[in-house]
Write a protein that binds this ligand. Sequence first.
Ligand code: UGA
Length: 436
Amino acid sequence: MKIAMVGSGYVGLVSGACFADFGHEVVCIDKDQSKIDRLHDGIMPIYEPGLDALVAGNVEAGRLSFTTSLAEGIKGASAIFIAVGTPSRRGDGHADLTFVHQVAREIGQNLANDAVVVTKSTVPVGTGDEVERIIADSGTRHRVAVVSNPEFLREGAAIGDFKRPDRIVIGTEDTFGREVMSEVYRPLFLNESPILFTSRRTSELIKYAANAFLATKITFINEMADLCEKVGADVQDVARGIGMDGRIGPKFLHAGPGYGGSCFPKDTLALLKTAEDYDSPVRIVEAVVKVNDSRKRAMGRKVLDALGGMEAGRGKKVALLGLTFKPNTDDMRDSPAIAVAQMLTDAGVEVAAYDPEGMEQARPLMPGVAMTDNPYAAIEDADAVVIVTEWDAFRALDFERIKTLAKAPVLVDLRNIYQPEDMQTRGFKYISIGRS
Ligand code: UGA
């Protein structure tokens, strides 16, 4: 089966490469000529473990190709995926659907055969109806079914998530849509990955509900962590203790500096807007958004406290280890590190930072922060070392070396990757999350 993937960003490229790996013929389309040129040269626009090899293998096998021409790319495709960005609209938090609508129009104008048009971009409830209207208005004579098929990929683990999904959600009540989508996902169906068919609007909402629920789980454990610090309890054990209850589950209960990334912050805001539009408030999600926003700044205060407070911090130096919103990505969007660095520099603290993949993206977002080539260069003369992102590279730091390099043995671990007793034995003042 031929599949066209419109939008060769994170979701489009990972999904396209994985579909090709299943044996489909896939064309990834993008308006950005330089991105397509680089893909032709085997250069990935993003850092995602395993993606370059997957793309190279499938290009070589003749199953995966790239083009800037939508008309060419969709020719003969039975399924045309829309995987373009839906950023937060400036000012109001609504998902900006400009690109989705534009692509729908172009598909309608260039369609040369019957096809299923699939929205993979995260889009608010009712977008499928709008896409259907736009395509119909373009006057195409071909049969078209518009289907919703949200993605649940995590950055850094996207290929595994695509190939071994917990579930595949397909929103359509159209027989043609259902038939084509079953064929698209047949290889996964054979792997016994559950496929849930729903109405289109339900499927669109499932995506937002899933992300909002996960963001809620994280925010819940983060607030429990604050409480643990006050009452002298251990949040890791609280998470374990509640996570063993099958109704709660152990995942997404890792306390930290607050969620970031390209999805949770944007999608929770968009869900609030939909709820407002339909006059059906989602107060829990409202609280989650507020609590998470203030948490990032609270992490900056935590570091200042470790330096002895706002006044004492002025003129001191902090080393930030890890800048991306999570490990195994170069994505800096809404990363807690931005707020932490901002607070510190505002307070007159000198900040040096190191991240294994994210420094290029971080540089423009963190004026005044010195980027270094390795963690130890950042640590030189530092009054405190702060682990912001739990990259594997920081899981076995050389503490003896840190003691000789740094001015003071102070470690603020915002991801709880070390043990308080162990750090104490090593002679460090150790501050972590939710462990007194
Ligand atoms: C998230 C969802 O997990 C995916 O299922 C979804 O497809 C994706 O958004 C999307 O909508 O495209 P992602 O943003 O890549 O994926 O990253 P996550 O692994 O979910 O982490 C999000 C944030 O939560 C990170 O800042 C991470 O550090 C934080 N987090 C996660 C915690 O603080 N604690 C946890 O226990 C888990």
